[in-house]
Design a protein around this ligand. Structure first.
Ligand SMILES: NC(=O)c1ccc[n+]([C@@H]2O[C@H](COP(=O)([O-])OP(=O)(O)OC[C@H]3O[C@@H](n4cnc5c(N)ncnc54)[C@H](O)[C@@H]3O)[C@@H](O)[C@H]2O)c1
Length: 357
């Protein structure tokens, strides 16, 4: 796939590096709404810098757009790319409202184009290993999941926290474990949430004061169709500590993944459920250190070739956006909010397939 990056901000360099390292991907173009950013990126990583999205989309050598703009711009950029006949991988969330996310999935389907979206950390070695153990029955029937997405005050390191705070902690980081849990256990059917803003008035790296309008501490309870109950915490107040993991509780034990975003994360297994016999699990293959940002794009390329949905499908991402909508409605109005959409669950990666074949 020949990739055009749209949005050359904080994360773009890491995407460019992982695209360069991936078989079958090539960075051929970049653009950013701010002058100079795309030029800087291509000077380091190669490709052509375009002054506008329209110019990048007019380049026939670009067959795939990777949308790395801030959350508020995701829908407009993804829609324009699909309308121009490009496959798209979008950073998360696919959209800020479920209706918009569904519209993108329908557009991609109508045009016969591939659409994938982050979060795609399910594709990591540690995450695939945990999923395989679940499928193999290592902890029996899973009934409870605890997931923690505590990212601390992002303005302490991110040079432009505005669009991230506009999306809010659940849409920015809570989505990672939500995507993993729904891929593993199927769609959510209701969300009940509590949220509060602990520190509304903040300072960016330049010392400029700003206020946040989305809660910086949210706890959501998701009831999945399969019967699993998941409690997900997302916070831009609580710092990383040890609270970036997923813990699964089954009838026959516990699995504890230390970090849902780290492909070589520690993974512990207790077969008693008392947590006094935790053992470190060997991953199915050596884990990539950190997050391999290109992995979902490599899978998108294979999906297009094989005529299937990508594992981190737009359809699944749209369901995740409906969950975000339901969490938001519940934290505003109280009580459980129903979730109705579904998606085709992804298959494990070939090296992680087990007894099921
Ligand atoms: N920064 C991270 O560590 C990180 C990690 C994982 C995922 N992400 C996701 O990646 C995306 C980008 O994050 P970031 O931290 O790089 O943000 P950022 O604000 O640093 O960069 C976004 C860039 O997009 C550009 N942009 C905005 N609207 C545009 C448009 N319509 N056309 C062209 N360019 C446009 C901005 O000028 C900016 O340079 C977000 O969805 C975020 O959730 C970021």
């Amino acid at each position: 796939m020949r990739v055009g990056l749209v949005g050359c901000g904080n994360i773009a360099g890491r995407y460019a590096e992982s695209i360069a390292a991936a078989d079958g991907l090539e960075l051929v173009a970049a653009t950013d709404a701010l002058p100079g950013r795309a030029e800087e990126l291509v000077a380091r990583h190669g490709g052509t810098a375009y002054a506008s999205l329209d110019e990048l989309l007019a380049d026939p050598s670009v067959d795939t757009v990777v949308n790395l703009t801030g959350a508020v711009a995701h829908v407009a950029v993804t829609r324009a790319a699909l309308e121009a006949g490009k496959h798209v991988h979008s950073e998360k969330p696919l959209a800020l409202r479920h209706g918009d996310a569904r519209g993108l999935v329908e557009l991609a389907d109508e045009r016969g184009l591939g659409l994938s979206s982050s979060p795609a950390t399910l594709l990591g070695e540690a995450q695939q290993t945990m999923w395989r153990l679940v499928r193999d029955g290592a902890i029996g029937t899973v009934r409870v999941a605890y997931a923690e997405a505590n990212w601390g005050p992002i303005e302490s390191w991110h040079p432009d926290p505005t669009t991230i705070h506009a999306a809010g902690a659940m849409a920015d980081v809570g989505v990672y474990p939500i995507a993993i849990l729904t891929a593993m256990f199927g769609p959510a059917r209701s969300a009940t949430a509590y949220a509060t803003t602990l520190v509304p008035d903040r300072f960016d790296l330049r010392g400029t004061p700003f206020s946040i309008e989305t809660p910086d501490f949210i706890v959501a309870l998701l009831e999945l169709e399969s019967g699993v109950v998941a409690r997900v915490t997302a916070s831009f107040y609580v710092g990383p500590s040890y609270q970036r993991g997923i813990e699964l509780h089954g009838d026959d034990g516990i699995l504890h993944l230390a970090a849902w975003g780290d492909f070589s994360s520690g993974l512990l297994h207790s077969s008693t459920g008392n947590a006094d016999d935790y053992e470190e699990v060997a991953l199915l293959r050596p884990g990539y250190e950190g997050t391999d940002w290109s992995r979902a794009i490599v899978d998108l390329a294979a999906a297009v070739e094989e005529g299937r949905r990508p594992r981190a499908s737009g359809e699944h991402a749209a369901h995740v956006v409906e969950i975000l909508d339901a969490i938001d409605a519940s934290r505003r109005h109280g009580g459980p909010v129903a979730i109705t959409s579904s998606f085709t669950r992804p298959k494990p990666l070939p090296w992680a397939v087990g007894r099921e074949g």
